[in-house]
Design a protein around this ligand. Structure first.
Ligand code: CDP
Length: 220
């Protein structure tokens, strides 16, 4: 049986891949997987439970038992609405620490595969092309310079009324890049056959259009 097509979009923090991926999904009428949200959910749940960030086996069990639902843009964890709570910068940092553990990553494989439904899926994360959907029809590594990404994150936070400092954001995202790229399991990398999309100088619309053009040329 032929599985529905997947467009895999990987990249570093604050590269805009979430925005681009969800818009591409909307244009194509595809499902959308924000895999980072799953790691953020584990991070939040582990914080609530007071689980040690280095306790890989307990974190793996916790990740397996999470009751998660994505409905109308809202994310529920054990029926509590955590859509905003998981976006906290501290939860992002915590997510990148727990994401290092193979036990946690393994526990989230099934739920990610579950998003692959007709007519297709756009999946964003760090290891979509390399590990979770290696047969993706289109693989993209979406990136921008650290400075451009820090500025984007800064504007996002300020627009939401959340106080932020550009220097701190730049430092945090460089720390997160280093951890995501250097880990032993499923590191952030340009997967075999992936196309690099450098967005420092591109608008969101231009990035979305590029992805759609690439997809069309793959499927034509
Ligand atoms: O929003 P941002 O790009 O900062 O992060 P995210 O995509 O929400 O992911 C949060 C953290 O989860 C990342 O820093 C990664 O360490 C981890 N992650 C991962 O390891 N694998 C994925 N497929 C997605 C996220």
């Amino acid at each position: 049986m032929k599985l529905p097509p997947v467009i895999a979009i990987d990249g570093p923090t604050a590269s805009g891949k979430g925005t681009v991926a969800s818009l591409v999904a909307e244009k194509l009428g595809f499902h959308y997987l924000d895999s980072g949200a799953l790691y953020r959910l584990v991070a939040l749940a582990s914080e609530k439970q007071g689980t040690d960030l280095q306790n890989a086996s307990e974190l793996g069990i916790l990740a397996k038992r999470l009751v998660i639902s994505f409905k109308n843009g809202q994310i529920l964890l054990n029926s509590e609405n955590v859509t905003q709570a998981i976006r906290d910068e501290n939860i992002g940092l915590r997510a990148s620490v727990i994401a290092v553990h193979p036990e946690v990553r393994q526990a989230l494989v099934g739920v990610q595969h579950g998003f692959r439904l007709v007519p297709g899926l756009v999946a964003d994360g760090r290891d979509m092309a390399s590990v979770i959907f290696p047969d993706a029809v289109l693989k993209i590594f979406l990136t921008a310079t650290a400075q451009a990404r820090a500025e984007r994150r800064y504007k996002q936070l300020i627009a939401k009324g959340i106080p932020a400092k550009l220097d701190d954001l730049l430092h945090d995202l460089q720390e997160r890049d280093a951890r995501d790229s250097s880990r032993g399991t499923a590191p952030l990398l340009v997967a075999d056959g992936a196309k690099v999309l450098e967005t420092s100088e591109l608008s969101i619309d231009q990035a979305v259009k590029t992805v759609l053009d690439w997809y069309q040329s793959k499927t034509a």
